[in-house]
Design a protein around this ligand. Structure first.
Ligand code: B12
Length: 138
């Protein structure tokens, strides 16, 4: 087979593959839980299920949940160095004067709770993680 024919065949094969890789239908999602805890008011915890794409960031899963569930709303502000800082969940906002904030914790599928060392824009949940957004004091 000539070099030319091989190159033509390869490009044809690529053209066939690329749309399959890029279409939205091929994006697989995994479930994660999002638990909202208010350790200050002691309001009952609320847990939602949402979806994460492969290696997707937590902020993406939170946006997906906000779009589909009217019981979940959040706001964030953009920090020049660290990116999105979670300011409020369902109207409850952290306040510097009162030393309150939304802490980000993660309970993995083995039940171990960690405190990620990055925020909602950088954290990449694992499938079946429970993300805990905990209103607390610093
Ligand atoms: C104090 C502090 C906090 C305080 C800030 C309160 C306040 N108003 O002062 C509180 C307790 C709220 C906090 C929270 C968190 N923090 Co903090 N925090 C710090 C710390 C120790 C000092 C920041 C500071 O005062 N700098 C000096 C001032 C003058 O500069 P500044 O730019 O104005 O500082 C602001 C930002 O740093 C911002 N900020 C603080 N933490 C975070 C985290 C994220 C993700 C963002 C976007 C912004 C942000 O708040 C500061 C005051 O407005 C730094 C570590 C360090 N030594 O720098 C970590 C640090 C910035 N925090 C960090 C983290 C991970 C968090 C949390 C995500 C922890 C968690 N798992 O919950 C949460 C944020 C959750 C959310 N709601 O989005 C990481 C960020 C790393 C990264 N690349 O994302 C750092 C670097 C520590 C670390 N683990 O390495 N934090």
């Amino acid at each position: 087979m000539s070099m030319m024919t091989t190159a033509t065949l390869l490009s044809a094969a690529l053209l066939l593959l690329v749309p399959g890789i890029l279409t939205k239908e091929s994006v697989e999602t995994s479930p994660i839980q999002l638990m909202i805890v208010n350790s200050i008011s002691n309001a009952p915890n609320v847990t939602h299920t949402t979806e994460i794409v492969f290696r997707g960031i937590l902020l993406g899963a939170m946006r997906r949940l906000q779009e589909t569930n009217t019981d979940f709303k959040f706001t964030y502000r953009e920090d020049p160095n660290y990116g999105p800082f979670l300011v409020s969940v369902n109207g409850v906002a952290g306040d510097d004067a009162e030393h309150t904030y939304w802490e980000l914790l993660v309970k993995n599928s083995n039940g171990v709770i960690i405190r990620p060392d990055v925020g909602i824009g950088c954290y990449i949940p694992n499938p079946n993680d429970t993300i805990i957004l905990k209103f607390t004091k610093w």
